[in-house]
Every structure is written in C-alpha cells, then in structure tokens.
Design a protein around this ligand. Structure first.
Ligand SMILES: [Ca+2]
Length: 174
C-alpha cells in the first residue's frame, strides 16, 4: 500500500519555488555579453540574487536583464575571497555603474530606463578566485509583471490536526 502524502507537502513545495525564483546561478560559458545569464526579479520584492564563481584570474561572468520600467537599481557585490569588480553597461556599452573594490566600494545605485537592456559584468580584481554573489533590487516604482499569477490562487487555510505534531498527525478538517 502506498503511503499517504504528508499534509504539509504542498506548502513545502511552494516555499522552495519562492526561494528559487530570486536566485540566478551563472552558467558557463558566460564570458561575453551575448552569452549573459538572464536575471529575473521576484515580483514580490523586486529583487534578485545572482551567484557565480570566478574560476581563474581571467574569468568574467556576464548577466543581463531588461528593465521592466524606469527607476533605480541597487547593486551589492559580496564575496569571502574574490576582490571582484562589477561593471554595469547598457546595450551600447555606456557605463551605468561600476564598483571600486580597491576603494572598498562594492555597492551602489544606478538609474534604469523602461525596456533598457542592462548588462552586468563581474571580474576578479586580483589573483584570488572563488564564489561571489550579487544582490539586485529595483525601486518600488519599477513594476514587474508576475509570471507566476497562479500563485495567488493558493491561500493558507487553517487546518485542524489530530496527533502529536503537524508532521505526525492526520488532518481532521480545514
Ligand atoms: Ca565566466
């Protein structure tokens, strides 16, 4: 006889999906703008977390997003090992923002236009290699179309359990 699915299973899946939606992991090769990894923003908080690895001193990682509206983007680079330099350019190669790791500047803000293609390049600024993360957050006035509208159909329902704990019990009503 098949075991019955746990009553909490659906909630756990939703939580995992929500976390994954904001996390963009690099995929090599991404050393050129045309090979850039696409960044998607979570419409619930207008943010995205990018992760990558500077594998060699010549490695460079490109990420790209198309701005859904005009506003401001906040960028923050973090790494335990890499003195990384982040450059942000538009499609024409105009510089929008650049960190200055040698001066301790690893975050900042820049203006974005509606429909603008924004390219983010991460380089290792020294011989150090390792993992890094880049947090991106768009200002509240930039509206992001939700591609997960089905999510709104789910609601948290009060559930009555009979048993010693929610993971070791039987749903008796909701
Ligand atoms: Ca790369």
């Amino acid at each position: 006889m098949k075991p019955k699915p746990r009553p909490s299973l659906r909630l756990e899946l939703l939580e995992a999906r929500a976390l994954l939606s904001t996390l963009i992991a690099e995929s090599e090769p991404n050393d050129r703008a045309r090979l850039a990894d696409q960044v998607t923003f979570d419409p619930t908080d207008n943010s995205a977390d990018v992760t990558g690895t500077i594998a060699t001193r010549n490695d460079r990682d490109f990420f790209q997003f198309r701005s859904p509206g005009a506003g401001t983007a906040d960028l923050s680079f973090a790494s335990n090992t890499v003195v990384g330099k982040v450059s942000v350019e538009d499609a024409a190669g105009n510089k929008l923002f650049e960190t200055e790791p040698n001066d301790g500047v690893n975050s900042g803000s820049f203006a974005i236009q509606a429909g603008q293609n924004v390219f983010i390049r991460v380089r290792g600024g020294s011989k150090a290699v390792g993992d890094y993360s880049v947090h991106l957050s768009l200002s509240d006035n930039v509206t992001i179309a939700s591609t997960r509208s089905r999510r709104s159909r789910f609601r948290i329902l009060p559930i009555a359990f009979r048993g010693s704990s929610p993971t070791n019990s039987t749903i008796v009503g909701h």
